[in-house]
Design a protein around this ligand. Sequence first.
Ligand code: TXA
Ligand code: MG
Length: 326
Amino acid sequence: RGSMRQTERLAADAAGLDRAADVLRGGGLLAFPTETVYGLGADATDAEAVAGIYAAKERPSFNPLISHLASFESARVQGLFDETATRLAETFWPGPLTLVVPVAPTCTVSDLARAGLDSVGLRVPAHPLAHALLERTGRPVAAPSANRSGRVSPTDADHVLGDLDGRIDAVLDGGAAQVGVESTIVSCLGGTPRLLRPGGVPREAIEALVGEKLETGGEAGSSPLAPGMLASHYAPRAQVRLNATDIRPGEAALLFGPGVPHGTETAQATLNLSKNGDLVEAAARLFSYLRQLDASGAATIAVSPVPETGLGEAINDRLRRAAAER
Ligand code: TXA
Ligand code: MG
């Protein structure tokens, strides 16, 4: 994944939709239209497929992605909706609104798509093709905008191909997207809902429904938050020691590649992100392995050097944040 491949352009008919759903269910990358912008989709439950999104976009950091669903009913399997979130979903779905809610015990969205958080971003798009695709796929589909990192969001299939031709499996061509700006993101994690990103649904419409002003700030990836605000990044409880070439007594070891550093025998716990040095595999495992090593009770997680190429840039960005957040 992340390598060059032939990109198919799929027509907006039954055969095209069937093929598009097959691409997603097979762990591939599919760009598809929504009413806001074209999304670059992958099966959200398949962490390796999700890692492929970051590789194709050349995104240098792991932010939580939005998981798209065919209905509120299927969204409820993934997230916990309090009274306010329920009213927002019932009023604005399907449509250009994303709700960030606590993960449900039945959540199948991968750690990587959630960037390791205990919350999940969910959206039920209104575009008829997106809806038909999600029904056929039968799984949550993680999808950021279908552009390379740093470029503008695409609103038609030609924009998508201009950026991603040869890097994704297919684009479902549904003509021009209508809204052209991304969905509004509102988090409902208890207390007053927070506007994380303005977008297709105006703030006033949400405030009118909620009956109070929304809090603002806190989109993942934006500037650091004041204490007490929504934690936008998962941080392990343990200290994180980077570029470890040996493992010290009592440390947990997060390895990368075939080498076995000195001291690994006495580590509190050891996991290898990818024994053969595959960065896509490493990205897919990163958050769950950090959690598992944290659960070992070790005070420090020692991490082998990870190359700064391809997905290594995003992996290292995340590891550096984990090492610094103290
Ligand atoms: O219109 C849209 O929203 C488009 C179309 C394709 O649906 N999608 C989109 O996705 O813009 P994306 O992945 O670029 O948006 C991701 C943003 C993150 O930067 C973060 O702000 C927010 O969604 N997000 C998602 N899950 C979150 C979570 N658990 N906690 C906090 N923020 C979350
Ligand atoms: Mg974007």
